[in-house]
Design a protein around this ligand. Structure first.
Ligand SMILES: [Zn+2]
Length: 128
């Protein structure tokens, strides 16, 4: 993955101008940007970013992703608040992945909070 590669989050922007800077420590401006960067971190195995952007209150001790899962696409369906002036936000998304060769979909409404100038993931409701 180089900075010129299209970002795995599907934004249509190069990785180096999308989720890449967030992985290198730039605070996310919006909850959606943070959510996209976390999807891309899962896709690229950037476990450090997954850990760092998870609220300490809800973060598991071990955030290592399942090595049998390959993430194949992200679609942001809706957002509520989560902007530069907000303290919290919700992002609803559909993330596609393959496990044991079978295509799967994760449909979740994730909650985010502003923390330390950026955003962190709090928790989410998974839809069937
Ligand atoms: Zn991205």
């Amino acid at each position: 993955m180089t900075g010129m590669t299209p970002c795995p989050c599907g934004s249509g922007t190069a990785y180096g101008a999308c989720c890449g800077p967030l992985h290198d420590g730039t605070p996310a401006a919006t909850a959606e940007a943070l959510m996209r960067s976390r999807y891309t971190a899962y896709a690229l195995g950037r476990t450090d970013h997954v850990f760092r952007t998870w609220h300490p209150r809800t973060r598991p001790d071990d955030v290592t992703p399942d090595p049998g899962v390959t993430w194949t696409g992200l679609e942001v369906l809706a957002t509520e608040a989560g902007g530069p002036e907000d303290a919290s936000g919700v992002v609803e998304f559909r993330a596609r992945f393959r496990t044991a060769g079978a295509p799967q979909v994760l449909h979740e409404r994730s909650r985010f909070e502003r923390r330390g100038g950026g955003w962190v993931y709090v928790d989410g409701d998974v839809h069937g």
